[in-house]
Write a protein that binds this ligand. Structure first.
Ligand SMILES: [Zn+2]
Length: 269
């Protein structure tokens, strides 16, 4: 990765961030991003019957509908996808930036080789501070897995400015870009985690700072959620029930309500 290229990306992100902040006084646009889609199924259950892309889409649509109903005239809900098609990570970030979103929430479901890990986790942009923490062999591996969809694209080396999801050096450059929205993202993450702990999959694996590509490139407060494990029998049994997905969405909506109140009040000051 060339340094002048990285500098250009950082300047573009900061400029975009400052513009977005000055245009909005209240939280009025949210982008919900169901992870994966199309030829990228994301994680799959042990029997390979349940796919991350389908569960993430269902929760995202439930969540968005609740916001649309609760804030009918004041909040615009946009989705990076509403059906089963593939979108690049860069495409997701571009979509959120072009819609001048005040908030970006990426919805994922975890899956690993072991059946033991379970529960939800909340991620915001940043360096992995504690790679030894039990978030499935260190968070960098989770990031590598989520970011590896970049490799499905033929021209990823030019499109992603040399970013290689398998090269740890790429993550060092990524973490040089400090998020202009760190504080707001932390608040959002804490509100989400608090609510998810009251939901059908209450076990929290914590809030962590991680170098997820789409969080890096969005010029707004953003979180990436891993809402349970398809590879854990207990989590999977819940994730197969629409009622539970709706309950998870309700918890996300409650967190959104708290965050919007905080955000709107902080913008008045
Ligand atoms: Zn995912």
């Amino acid at each position: 990765m060339r340094l002048n290229c990285i500098s250009a990306i950082i300047v573009a992100c900061l400029t975009s961030a400052l513009c977005a902040a000055s245009d909005n006084h209240c939280l009025n646009t949210v982008v919900i991003d169901p992870g994966h889609g199309g030829h990228d199924p994301g994680g799959v259950s042990k029997d390979r019957k349940t796919r991350e892309k389908d569960i993430a889409l269902k929760i995202a649509l439930y969540f968005g509908k609740k916001i649309s109903v609760g804030y009918k005239d004041s909040v615009k809900v946009c989705y990076t996808r509403t059906d089963d098609h593939y979108i690049t990570l860069q495409g997701r970030a571009d979509y959120a930036n072009s819609h001048k979103a005040d908030l970006f929430i990426s919805v994922h479901i975890n899956a690993v080789d072991s059946g033991k890990p379970h529960g939800h986790s909340v991620h915001i942009l940043g360096p992995s501070r504690d790679p030894g923490k039990d978030l499935v062999e260190g968070n960098l591996n989770v990031c590598k897995k989520e970011n590896s969809v970049i490799l499905l694209e033929e021209d990823y080396t030019t499109k992603y400015h040399g970013f290689d999801p398998n090269d740890e050096a790429s993550y060092i450059f990524m973490t040089l870009m400090q998020s202009a929205y760190y504080e707001q993202s932390i608040y959002l993450a804490s509100f989400v985690e608090e609510q998810l702990c009251k939901g059908p999959i209450p076990y929290s694996r914590g809030i962590s700072q991680d170098p997820f590509y789409e969080l890096w490139k969005t010029a707004m407060p953003s979180v990436l959620l891993e809402l349970g494990f398809l590879t854990n029998d207990s989590d999977l049994a819940l994730l197969l029930q629409d009622k539970c997905l709706e309950q998870i969405a309700e918890k996300l909506y409650q967190a959104f309500r708290v965050y919007k109140k905080y955000y709107d009040e902080s913008m008045k000051i």
